[in-house]
Ligand binder design. Structure first.
Ligand code: NAD
Length: 472
């Protein structure tokens, strides 16, 4: 049992002023595996003033000190990697193999990448009679979701440390445990008191309060578009910087000359990774009409054999949904696809065969999905792939861009130049060409309702910097 009853504020574990606790549930077993405290607005006030005081010295810390901290963080994540992967698998239900790579490996590499960026970062430039300086923005508030809990936290904490900012983190209540381990690590590696503060609790209360707090200079939020809009509204009166990483409904497009077998095989993993609970998942597959029979056949076979089950089994590809709420929500979308007349190729309603406990759904594929259907338009956040066909490349592009979101995307073609041209016409923040791999040094973020601002790489660092011009 992971029981945490204290908050990490000003370099110490302290009793919260807020009362009560939140249960952390293992979605595969439905058992309570942990408890975290409910922080209050007063706890945020104390954390904000600690962060404000710490900013004076941390903003002036040497670049070498920050590099050392970021490398030490990366090393500690490596040393405690198995413990963290097991913890995240227990709270999110992520298959353990994927947890090791994506939930721990990626944050470890991201931390190190910021140490590397600092080695050559230009903090000043000369423009005619001006010196342009980059300075840390100040106290930052971080509000994060449950689906890649540590990755989304490190995507904010590492560049903030690199920039010389101080921070308060409010992790999600579904998967908060890795945030507590992170606080232990940052303490052990000697991050000065007040630079990082952890206050857990309810988003609608303290998340909202952090967003409107006058001592907070920037709020960086990752989560649903609805909550992101609330954060922006709460932040507006204090004119703080707001960066938002929100939802997605990303298109995966096969051009006429793409290899149908490759497209079909890769489409499943691109949609179902982390049991479909991935903001950048490629959930709308758009294929030429002429390719449809071949693609459907392979996808049906692949999806039917996509192993669903205990996330601790090394062979499992798809675990449970994170919560009962999420299981119900994904099931409703599957029901809606059936009722709206889409063709169910594989999966469907109910629990996967042989499973009676846990918040599972069946990985599901729908074909003949039209743009007026709910399953085409809305983010499902589960292992549900929707497929549609096109007659011309112009139509394919129109379908790809037919979304209120613009977070990610994919294009397949034997001709890379043709694929890149198509990728440039997609209104989205990231595009993978022929399965191009995720790059931790490339900016990540959304067009349209998928958000604003960028995380990762030097673009992610710039979000935490103010710019000053000194005229000579
Ligand atoms: P969520 O919006 O419910 O919660 C995210 C965080 O916001 C949590 O910490 C929550 O407590 C807090 N919160 C909720 N309401 C709030 C409010 N009114 N004010 C301030 N804070 C509030 O999202 P979730 O269910 O945890 O995560 C799933 C969503 O996140 C999906 O839509 C997914 O696409 C999105 N997401 C986006 C990215 C990205 O980088 N673009 C990454 C992961 C998840």
């Amino acid at each position: 049992m992971h029981t945490r009853d204290q908050l990490y504020i000003d370099g110490k574990w302290v009793q919260p002023i807020g009362t009560g606790s939140i249960d952390v549930i293992n979605p595969a077993t439905e058992e309570i595996i942990g408890k975290i405290p409910v922080g209050s607005k007063e706890d945020i006030d104390i954390a904000a003033s600690a962060a404000r005081i710490a900013f004076d010295s941390w903003s002036k810390s040497s670049i070498e000190t920050r590099i050392d901290i970021l490398n030490a963080l990366s090393n500690a994540l490596k040393e405690r990697g198995e413990d963290i992967a097991q913890t995240i698998t227990a709270e999110v239900g992520t298959p353990i193999g994927y947890s090791r790579v994506a939930m721990v490996g990626t944050p470890r590499v991201v931390s190190r990448s910021y140490a590397k960026i600092l080695e050559n970062f230009d903090w000043e430039e000369k423009v005619r009679n001006s010196i342009i300086c980059k300075e840390p923005i100040g106290v930052c508030a971080f509000i994060t979701p449950w689906n890649f809990p540590l990755h989304q936290i490190i995507g904010k904490v590492a560049p903030a440390i690199a920039a010389g900012c101080t921070m308060i983190l409010k992790p999600s209540k579904e998967a908060p445990l890795s945030a507590f381990i992170l606080a232990d690590i940052l303490h052990e590696i000697g991050l000065p008191s007040g630079v990082f503060n952890l206050v857990s609790g309810h988003g609608s209360e303290i998340g909202n309060y952090m967003s409107s707090h006058p001592e907070v200079d920037m709020v960086s939020f990752t989560g649903s578009t609805g909550a992101g809009i609330s954060v922006s509204e709460a932040a507006a009166t204090t004119v703080k910087r707001v960066t938002l990483e929100l939802g997605g409904k990303s298109a995966n497009v096969a051009l006429e000359d793409a290899d149908p077998t490759l497209v079909a095989k890769k489409a499943i993993g691109a949609c179902h990774q982390n049991s479909g609970q991935t903001c950048s998942a490629l959930t709308r597959l758009i294929i030429p009409e002429s390719m449809s029979n071949e693609v459907y056949e392979i996808i049906e076979e692949k999806n039917n054999s996509y192993t669903v089950g205990d996330p601790l089994e090394e062979s499992t590809r798809c675990g449970p949904m994170v919560s009962l709420r999420q299981q119900k929500s994904v099931s409703k979308y599957i029901e809606s696809g059936i009722n709206e007349g889409a063709t169910l190729i594989s999966g469907g309603l109910g629990m996967p065969e042989g499973i009676s406990k846990g918040y599972y759904v069946k990985p599901t594929i729908f074909a003949n999905v039209s743009p007026d259907m709910k399953i085409w338009k809305e983010e499902i956040f589960g292992p549900v792939l929707v497929i549609t066909t096109y007659k011309s490349e112009e139509e394919a592009l129109k379908l790809a861009n037919d979304s209120i979101y613009g977070l990610s995307g994919g294009v397949w073609s034997k001709d890379e130049k043709r694929a890149i041209k198509f990728a440039k016409d997609m209104r989205t923040g990231q595009v993978s060409v022929n399965g191009g791999a995720f790059n931790v040094s490339a900016p990540f973020g959304g067009y349209k309702l998928s958000g604003n601002g960028r995380e990762l790489g030097s673009h992610g660092l710039n979000e935490f910097l103010e710019i000053k011009s000194i005229q000579l």
